[in-house]
Design a protein around this ligand. Structure first.
Ligand SMILES: Cc1cc2nc3c(=O)[nH]c(=O)nc-3n(C[C@H](O)[C@H](O)[C@H](O)COP(=O)(O)O)c2cc1C
Ligand code: SF4
Length: 466
């Protein structure tokens, strides 16, 4: 179909600053998740092309594209695929991480619901490239419709010979299965996910030695990739790695989907070239600005685990640049240089109506609930952080509590089995660093040095103790 023929639902038209690859068919008039619709729009052509290529060449194209994982860490996808030991004789698995549990992130669900075959095509190409005959799509419990839609898509792909034995006469056999999670944030962490897929409690594994590419599912080499990352594979084959790499900016190539929520006029999803729009453009151009009469206060730029940025900060970079928050290009490297991370693309905008004590308390409640409990600093620390910030919000905390809160966070970071430890301590550390005065201002100075009866404080505030 010609690009000019594409129309979108009213209010869902792409912004002129967007560059749609992955979301080209999302909220498009007349587009449905059936395989017929997908094929009519050029679907599965790249899979057929993949079968004409040497496996190593597919991985090389992905390496050349510079694609970095869209699940959070931004690790180069082709490099990850190349980690499978060349001498390996065990089965190889591919797992699609469709847990999408990072607060503020809401992109993968659109692909699962509206364009599931795009994911399947990318995943089957990935399976072929790394020699995986089995792949799993791990879908979070909270997406029941997505699981049904993707299972139907798998059956359709089977019926048309894109899955199963001797796919399209290539001699390659491949099966994909949906696995539904039971509803836990930690199942998004790749080794927790693998444990869950094996039927166990999702306790993350320690790395090293359990890097999935070497010791993953059933202790076999396993590639875990995010939904969006796998979708890019088909476009990389279509364009060629070098042409794909011209999208975006050096070392931050391609497009990515930003999920913008919070205090803007038009929150939503936006697929942009990585690093080609600034934070200011996201707010003012893509999202239509802040709500009337409001001032920007803070931004969490990459999902709730990313460190908060203050509206009035000036970021001095090693290369000499000085950036305001509005100048920051939306890419992995600059966001890291500004002290936070681009993470999973969940951009949470907060205006001056927001209480920072309330925000950090909200986050701490989430992390205390989601800690898997395997390591003491995280299990105990996340609960302590929740309880202390409960007190700050209730107005029953002493200013000393803010110092205690910071010290608890500092004792979690870097001392745990998985990166949840950082995910839960970075928000607290950064909110105290950037908004410590506001947090202390919500405390009662007269309580300094006194022991607060915590359960009583919680009861007095009408909050429920965990
Ligand atoms: C606590 C925690 C939660 C995570 N949740 C998700 C998730 O919901 N989806 C996801 O794709 N990656 C998530 N990740 C990252 C995965 O561990 C893994 O890096 C990612 O799936 C790899 O895919 P990518 O290279 O394509 O980004 C999470 C990581 C941590 C530490
Ligand atoms: S850091 Fe937290 S979530 Fe990760 S393994 Fe330890 S207790 Fe579990």
């Amino acid at each position: 179909m010609m690009a000019s023929a594409i129309t979108y639902l009213p209010g869902k038209e792409p912004h002129v600053r967007e560059h749609r690859l992955i979301f080209k068919n999302i909220d498009r008039v007349g587009y449905d998740p059936s395989i017929e619709c997908y094929e009519q729009n050029g679907g599965y052509v790249q899979l057929k092309k993949a079968f004409t290529m040497a496996r190593a060449d597919i991985t090389n194209e992905v390496k050349k594209s510079g694609l970095r994982g869209r699940g959070g860490a931004g690790f180069p996808t082709g490099v990850k695929w190349g980690f499978i030991p060349p001498t390996n004789t065990k089965p190889v698995y591919i797992i699609c991480n469709a847990d999408e549990s990072e607060p503020g992130t809401f992109k993968d669900r659109y692909i699962l619901h509206q364009d599931p075959h795009q994911l399947l095509e990318g995943m089957i190409i990935a399976c072929f490239a790394v020699g995986a005959k089995l792949g799993y799509i791990y879908i979070r419990e909270e997406f029941p419709m997505a699981a049904i839609i993707v299972e139907k898509a798998i059956a359709e792909a089977h019926a048309k010979g894109y899955l199963g034995k001797n796919i399209q006469g290539s001699g390659f056999d491949c099966e994909l299965y949906v696995h539904r999670g039971a509803g836990a944030y930690i199942c998004g962490e790749e080794t927790g996910l693998i444990e869950s897929l094996e039927g166990k409690r999702p306790y993350p594994r320690i790395k090293p030695p359990y890097f999935p590419a070497a010791l993953g599912l059933y202790m076999c080499p396993t590639i875990v990739n995010n939904v969006e990352s796998l979708c890019h594979v088909k476009h990389i084959l279509e364009m060629g790695g070098e042409t794909y790499a011209k999208l975006g900016t050096p070392n931050n190539t391609g497009t990515r989907i930003l999920c913008v929520s919070g205090d803007v006029v038009n929150p939503g999803y936006f697929e942009v070239e990585v690093g080609k729009v600034t934070m200011g453009e996201v707010i003012d151009v893509l999202c239509g600005g802040l709500k009337p009469g409001r001032k920007l206060k803070a931004i969490i730029p990459g999902g709730s685990s990313a460190k908060v940025l203050r509206a009035d900060e000036v970021f001095k970079l090693k290369d000499g640049r000085e950036l305001t928050i509005m100048d920051i290009p939306m890419d992995f490297d600059t966001m890291a240089a500004c002290g936070s991370m681009a993470g999973s693309g969940g951009v949470i905008i907060m205006d001056d109506s927001r209480s920072m004590s309330w925000v950090i308390n909200n986050l701490n409640n989430f992390y205390a609930h989601e800690s898997c409990g395997q390591c003491t600093p995280c299990r105990e620390g996340s609960l302590w952080m929740k309880k202390i910030s409960d007190r700050i919000v209730a107005g029953t905390a002493s200013p000393d509590d803010v110092d205690t809160l910071e010290s608890v966070a500092n004792q979690i970071e870097g001392k745990t089995i998985c990166a949840f430890g950082e995910a839960c301590s970075w928000p607290t550390q950064s909110f105290i660093k950037k908004f410590g005065d506001e947090l202390k201002g919500d405390c009662k100075p007269e309580l300094a040095g006194k022991v607060v009866a915590e359960e009583g404080a919680i009861a007095a505030a009408g909050l429920v103790a965990v």
